[in-house]
Each structure stands twice: as structure tokens, then as C-alpha cells.
Design a protein around this ligand. Structure first.
Ligand code: RB5
Length: 150
């Protein structure tokens, strides 16, 4: 399992905390896609780096953090094959894996603290996709992506 993680400036501090948690506590290989300081950066640029690593099978899943998690979620979901979920508590995180097979988790550094974020990350990673009728729904999303491609 390899996780690509990225943030903009507003998510930088939380990204650093989550990265340390992945590496030191969960022992998960992690690729930091930036940003690397609190200097302002545009969240779509970081979302593109993380989404591309997943779509090229160079990472299994991704975590993206901005101020609210919304910009990262909107941006990542523009890439066909990405299912990004904004989760600020463990119940949403559980279902984003179990029902939506979310391959990117987004969070807001201005919304939650590090301890809640760690709990969200842990349950998101530990929960398996339930397949069954949920697979049919994801297949419909896949078809919609193809139908609406430019
Ligand atoms: C940056 O100020 C902020 O707009 C960004 O981090 C994010 O919250 C956007 O959704």
C-alpha cells in the first residue's frame, strides 16, 4: 500500500501531521506531493499530482488537504477514475470506503484538528469496499465519465 499525500498552504500543517501518522504509526509508504512550506500554492496543482499518481498506478490511494477540503475534492473529482470523498468524521470515512470505494480522501485543515483527522484516515484505510450492488453504481459513474468526456 502506497499513499500519495498533498496539500495547499491552508492544509500544510495538517498534512504534515497526517504524513507523520501514516509513516510512524501506520507504517504505510507515503509519497509527499507538496506543498513543502506554508507559502501559498493553488490546490488544483497539488490535486493533479496526487490524482495522476493514482491513475498511473504509482500510488494506491491519496489524501488531499486544503483549507476546507472542498477545493481539493472538487478538483480531484475532475479526473476520470478518481473518487474523492470529503470526510471530517469517521462515519463518512467508513462509508466512503465501504460504499463508494473512494480512492482519495480530502479534509480541511481549517475544519478539523490532527486527532480527528488521524481517526478519519485510520477507518478510511481499514475499511474494505463492499462490492455487490455498490459495484453496479460505480460502474454507472464510470459510464457517465466516458459519456461526458470531451
Ligand atoms: C485557500 O485560501 C483556500 O481557499 C483553500 O485552501 C481551500 O479551502 C479551497 O477549497
Amino acid at each position: 500500500m502506497k499513499i500519495a499525500i498533498g496539500s495547499d498552504h491552508a492544509g500544510y500543517q495538517l498534512k504534515e501531521a497526517v504524513k507523520q501518522y501514516l509513516i510512524l504509526s501506520l507504517k504505510i509508504e507515503t509519497e509527499d506531493c507538496g506543498c513543502f512550506s506554508p507559502e501559498p500554492v493553488d490546490y488544483p496543482d497539488i490535486a493533479e499530482i496526487v490524482a495522476s499518481l493514482i491513475l498511473k498506478n504509482k500510488a494506491d490511494k491519496g489524501i488531499l488537504i486544503c483549507g476546507t477540503g472542498i477545493g481539493m475534492c472538487v478538483s480531484a473529482n475532475k479526473f476520470p477514475g478518481i473518487r474523492a470523498a470529503l470526510c471530517h468524521e469517521p462515519v463518512s470515512a467508513y462509508f466512503s470506503s465501504a460504499h463508494n470505494d473512494a480512492n482519495i480522501l480530502t479534509m480541511g485543515g481549517r475544519i478539523i484538528g490532527a486527532e480527528v483527522a488521524k481517526a478519519v484516515v485510520k477507518i478510511w484505510l481499514e475499511t474494505d469496499f463492499q462490492k455487490g450492488h455498490h459495484s453496479r453504481r460505480l460502474e454507472k459513474i464510470h459510464i457517465q465519465e466516458q459519456k461526458n468526456a470531451c
